[in-house]
Design a protein around this ligand. Structure first.
Ligand SMILES: Nc1ncnc2c1ncn2[C@@H]1O[C@H](COP(=O)(O)OP(=O)(O)OP(=O)(O)O)[C@@H](O)[C@H]1O
Ligand SMILES: [Mg+2]
Length: 226
């Protein structure tokens, strides 16, 4: 990935969610940690243009998130903190096919790519199920399949193991490890980011630490006071 933040800040009215930041990300595996409300999701949403910078700019693989917003959305897929909110169609396979239909792909290609995504995420048995009936872990895997199927080169996963039991957590963690796409994982589940190349720590809207996981996690314990 090649993501560049230049003097980038985000305010919501009076509240500064992210103080001005200049930063380049070019690793394949990046993690983000920090206390609740520290600015992690805001930072991640800047990357696929869901949040626009109040000042400065963000350029993702050469695309400016303000000027090239449609292309940025295709380049960087985002799996939400509550993925049930991003499943649009009532049936799992229709949801996975939805993004491909929107792009006007021929029917046989939509069917083949949907099938491949179901297999890749181990959810073929869920193809005809209703999305609102899925368990938390199943929802997570289907949401990942629905995003990955459209071919983004960067995947942003916001708390992907939130609310998962031990078995589903392991399944999602293993799936993330094997993704070909570059990944940015935001999490409170520190084991999930122990192996990343670079770990960022946000605190009160500022990037407080940026480096190897062990050192960033040590700083996190310091600021958390425990
Ligand atoms: N759309 C919004 N409007 C107003 N304030 C917002 C908005 N989105 C985020 N904020 C505020 O910005 C700050 C950072 O929020 P953000 O969601 O980025 O935190 P986070 O680190 O992802 O927290 P968590 O770990 O709880 O998910 C918080 O104070 C939050 O209330
Ligand atoms: Mg968040």
């Amino acid at each position: 990935m090649d993501i560049r933040f230049t003097d980038c800040s985000v305010s919501f009215g009076e509240r500064v969610a992210l103080h001005p930041l200049t930063l380049a990300l070019d690793e394949r595996r990046i993690g983000i940690i920090g206390l609740n409300g520290s600015g992690k999701t805001t930072f991640a949403r800047l990357i696929n243009g869901l949040v626009k910078p109040t000042t400065g700019r963000v350029v993702v693989n050469g695309l400016d998130t303000r000027k090239d917003d449609k292309a940025v959305l295709a380049e960087a897929g985002f799996i939400f903190q509550n993925p049930q909110h991003q499943l649009i169609m009532p049936i799992v396979s229709d949801d996975i096919a939805f993004g491909l239909k929107n792009r006007g792909l021929p029917q046989h290609e939509i069917a083949a790519r949907t099938e491949a995504a179901l297999t890749r995420f181990g959810v073929t048995h869920l193809a005809r199920r209703r999305v609102h009936e899925l368990s938390g872990g199943e929802t997570q895997l289907v949401a990942m399949a629905s995003v990955v199927v459209t071919g983004p080169r960067i995947l942003i996963l916001d708390e992907p193991t939130n609310q998962l039991d031990l078995r589903n957590r392991r399944m999602v963690a293993d799936t993330i490890d094997t993704l070909d796409e570059d990944t940015i994982v935001i999490t409170h589940d520190l084991a999930l980011v122990e192996g990343v190349e670079r770990l960022l720590l946000f605190h009160e809207g500022r990037l407080l630490a940026d480096g190897r996981p062990a050192e960033t996690i040590r700083r996190y314990h310091e600021v958390a006071g425990c």
